[in-house]
Design a protein around this ligand. Structure first.
Ligand code: NDP
Length: 457
């Protein structure tokens, strides 16, 4: 093995070959660094192997059932529908295998070495993988997170997480999903769309805490209209299993018997077995690695990016953090990853997308805000007979006319919001939105045609 500077084996060792770690490793290697990336599972990480990608493939599968219903309104006569769950899972697995290979090639083509095994930080410049010890000038931890189970009797033993939900041998006839965050809503849409009787159990009054309250209210209505059974302000006290099924014992005293219970109650950073305590690395309450805005820990040679730092837990953010780290430390171009105005989408059915602030946060930060909103039945839904409405909202800082929050629930909102995010990032004002001519007929044009405020700032 060629020796790196100061007799290190590598300039950089990355632990974790997910989206963020692979980006950091590739860019650092491109800057001339000698890089190893350690991975104990499959390269690709949460997003590619058990997150964004397989989830979205299953979401597409589930969305066809509503498309078929809608198609009938347009004259299509479709009978005898059935779905082949094992066929879907096999097709999804083949695609994930293809992507995993691409991730392996990306590292190889960048000149980085993939070391397969579980890494443990055993010194400021040292990582062990089993009996092998590697030394590097810098170590980057990009190991992500894992599902967390609430500590009530039977929960861990008798429920599945999103990991298992993506690989169930059989499609459940009924399922209870616990939580109402991104993962809960996305999987509720998947199982409901594929025909399972789907319950969503959550402790708050509305799903998606932290999102704009109007969007939360609209998605609750839309999920109910799509046939999902909502159990707001409810917790699961304990879980039992008998006769091949599962029972959720709810806080209202009732018992829900279903084929599967899925826990979607948040994720925890994967820091338990990394050896960080022994080195005095500062961790937060959730076990997240505390870093500064250059992703550096309190140990100068140790850095961390992505979900393991529990900043904004989104793949593109981890990638941005990994890229900024590599440019800063190996490309002679110090820069911080920018966490402002990160757009995101929840791939529920219907989906939700947003960029910037909720109305409540905007009021807290900016004081006076002007609110524009639009609610309408999309053109496709007229003939299809679907009653579901699209909801759109603009939040404008009354002091300077800047658009500080944009929210949408409705078809294609993830695709629409990406463009809107550029405008918001550039500091667009409501007048800039107004000066933009719409594309007709689209839903997106509503964002540039809202004239009458619902609330004046
Ligand atoms: P979230 O934080 O979004 O949601 C967690 C859910 O669990 C909430 O409904 C929360 O309730 C509930 N919960 C937490 N603790 C308890 C408890 N003790 N008892 C009862 N309920 C509880 O986490 P997810 O796991 O859904 O997703 C993790 C993160 O991954 C997301 O925040 C997001 O950053 C990312 N992600 C992004 C996706 C995307 O971009 N499309 C898709 C999937 C994940 P409450 O709201 O009341 O706290």
């Amino acid at each position: 093995m060629a020796q790196s500077s100061q007799n290190f084996d590598y300039d950089l060792i990355v632990i974790g070959a997910g989206s963020g770690g692979v980006r950091a490793g590739r860019i650092a290697a491109g800057h001339g660094a000698k890089v190893a990336v350690i991975e104990g599972d499959r390269p690709g990480g949460t997003c590619v192997i058990r997150g964004c990608v397989p989830k979205k493939l299953l979401m597409y599968a589930a969305s066809f059932s509503a498309d078929v219903e809608d198609a009938r309104g347009f004259g299509w006569q479709i009978d005898g529908l059935s779905h082949d769950w094992p066929g879907l899972i096999a097709a999804k697995d083949a695609e994930i295998g293809r992507l995993e290979n691409i991730y392996r090639s990306l590292l190889k083509n960048a000149g980085a070495t993939l070391i397969e095994g579980w890494g443990r930080v055993t010194g400021p410049n040292e990582v062990s993988v089993g009996a092998d010890v590697y030394r590097a000038g810098k170590i980057l931890i990009a190991v992500g997170g894992a599902p967390q189970f609430i500590d009530v009797p039977g929960m861990k033993d008798h429920t599945i997480s999103s990991n298992e939900a993506l690989d169930l041998p059989e499609m459940p006839k009924d399922i209870a999903i616990y939580g109402s965050g991104y993962i809960a809503l996305e999987f509720a849409g998947i199982f409901n769309g594929l025909g399972a009787r789907t319950h969503l159990i959550y402790r708050s009054d509305l799903p998606l805490r932290g999102f704009d309250d109007d969007v939360r209210a609209h998605i609750a209505t839309a999920l109910t209209d799509r046939g999902i059974i909502l159990h707001p302000e409810t917790t699961i006290d304990h879980v039992t299993a008998e006769n091949g099924g599962k029972q959720a014992h709810l806080s209202d005293g009732s018992r829900l018997a279903v084929d599967q219970i899925m826990a979607a109650t948040g994720r925890r950073p994967n820091t338990a077995n990394l050896g960080l305590d022994d080195l005095g690395v500062k961790l937060g309450k959730q076990g997240e690695i505390i870093v500064d805005d250059m992703s550096q820990t309190n140990l100068p040679s140790l850095y961390a990016i992505g979900d393991v730092t529990n900043r904004i837990n989104l793949t593109p953010v981890a990638i941005a953090e990994g890229h900024a780290f590599a440019d800063s430390e190996f490309g002679n171009r110090p820069r911080k990853a920018d966490h402002a105005n990160v757009a995101s989408a929840v791939f529920s059915q219907p989906p939700i997308a947003s960029v910037g602030l909720s109305e409540a946060d905007a009021v807290n930060i900016h004081g006076k805000v002007t609110i524009f909103e639009s609610q309408f039945r999309a053109m496709k839904n007229t003939i299809s007979g679907r009653a579901e409405k699209t909801y759109m909202k603009l939040i404008v800082d009354a002091a300077n006319d800047k658009v500080v929050g944009v929210h949408m629930m409705g078809p294609d909102c993830g695709e629409i919001m990406q463009g809107i995010a550029i405008a918001v990032k550039m500091g667009a004002t409501k007048a800039d939105f107004d000066a933009t001519i719409g594309i007709h007929p689209t839903a997106a044009e509503e964002f540039v045609t809202m004239r009458t405020p619902r609330k004046e700032g």
